[in-house]
Design a binder for this molecule. Structure first.
Ligand code: G3H
Ligand code: 13P
Ligand code: ZN
Length: 317
């Protein structure tokens, strides 16, 4: 899938899921756009929804895609931000297609050793492994960093050679969550809209020069759509200074060796906006299907928009 994406100049959407409605929306979007898709579950998702349940939901999703008319769906189940060998092993043993081992917060040699250990185990079962070099600012599970540490292009060949990982997540200025930049880091365009500082494409270029054709992954790639934030705040929410990655930058990344782009926060925003709207407009409603249904539709719209207009993976099945 990665080789095809790099050659075709697009990125595969890696959407996080924690519940039925997110999964339905992702699969409907992938089928309707004829896109491959990576379903990913975080440590938080495993704790919230149960790893076994999520694994079989993903298997059910393949059948669901076929039922929706897709003869040969390309659906991957991936562990997002695996934090230990044991977590990765547990997912590999359970039948995940790929795992991420996130040793990015560790000293370099420890990151190499941990990633190598996971790769050696995973490859026995044809499971692929994503490693990470460089640190994203913000909070990732229990670890937080107050600034980005960009990936050092001079380290990537050594890391990939020593660990044998199949793809590499890098740090070029993206971060997790809905507050990726503070207003004082941004400038304003002619319409007064905040424009965040550009991603470090020089770092991406440096990495691609060192590792030609190697699959690169971008985390923290939500765009934080203004209309979702506005809807949330209009109906009682209190999101402040929510700023994401501009879509043009993601388009540019997707056309390069970046072949997996991680998006979670945008789906959370779309879900919350739709639910808040129903709660505000129909306060007597108490059937969860009446607010989770609109939430699912809103997420589906967002997933389709990303696939068609940003990542370029539509029609690539
Ligand atoms: O990378 C982080 C993802 O957005 C997952 O977030 O750990 O809250 O499930 P979570
Ligand atoms: P966002 O918070 O930008 O959606 O990033 C998600 C992510 O990187 C999951 O691993
Ligand atoms: Zn991430």
């Amino acid at each position: 899938m990665f080789a095809k994406a790099i050659k075709g100049g697009y990125a595969i959407p890696a959407y996080n899921f924690n519940n039925l409605e997110q999964l339905q929306a992702i699969i409907q979007a992938a089928v309707e756009t004829k896109s491959p898709v990576i379903l990913q579950v975080s440590k938080g998702a495993r704790a919230y929804a149960n790893q076994t349940l999520l694994r079989f939901m993903a298997e059910g999703a393949v059948e669901y895609a076929k039922e929706l008319g897709c003869a040969k769906p390309e659906i991957v189940l991936h562990l997002d931000h695996g934090d230990s060998f044991e977590t990765c092993k547990s997912c590999i043993d359970m039948g995940f297609s790929s795992v991420m081992i996130d040793g990015s917060h560790l000293p370099y040699d420890e990151n190499v050793a941990l990633t190598k250990k996971v790769v050696e185990y995973a490859h026995q079962f044809d499971v692929t492994v994503e490693g990470e070099l460089g640190v994203l600012a913000g909070v990732e599970d229990e670890v937080s960093a107050d600034h980005h540490t960009y990936t050092k292009p001079e380290e990537v060949v050594d890391f990939v050679t020593k660990t044998g990982c199949d793809s590499l997540a890098i740090s070029i200025g993206t971060s997790h969550g809905a507050n990726k930049f503070t207003p004082d880091q941004c400038t304003r365009d002619a319409n007064g809209r905040l424009v965040p500082p550009p991603l470090a494409f020089d770092v991406l270029d440096g990495v691609m020069k060192e590792l030609p054709g190697f699959p690169i992954v971008l985390h923290g790639s939500s765009s934080v759509p203004e209309e979702e934030v506005e809807t949330i705040n209009k109906y009682g929410g209190a999101l402040k200074d929510a700023i994401g990655i501009p879509e043009e930058e993601l388009r540019k990344a997707a056309a390069s060796a970046v072949c997996k782009i991680n998006i979670d926060s945008d789906s959370r925003l779309a879900m919350t906006a739709a639910i808040r709207k129903v709660f505000a407009e129909k306060p007597a409603e108490f059937d969860p299907r009446k607010y989770l249904g609109p939430a699912r539709d809103n997420m589906k719209k967002l997933y389709i928009h990303k696939i068609v207009n940003v990542l370029g993976s539509a029609g690539k099945l």
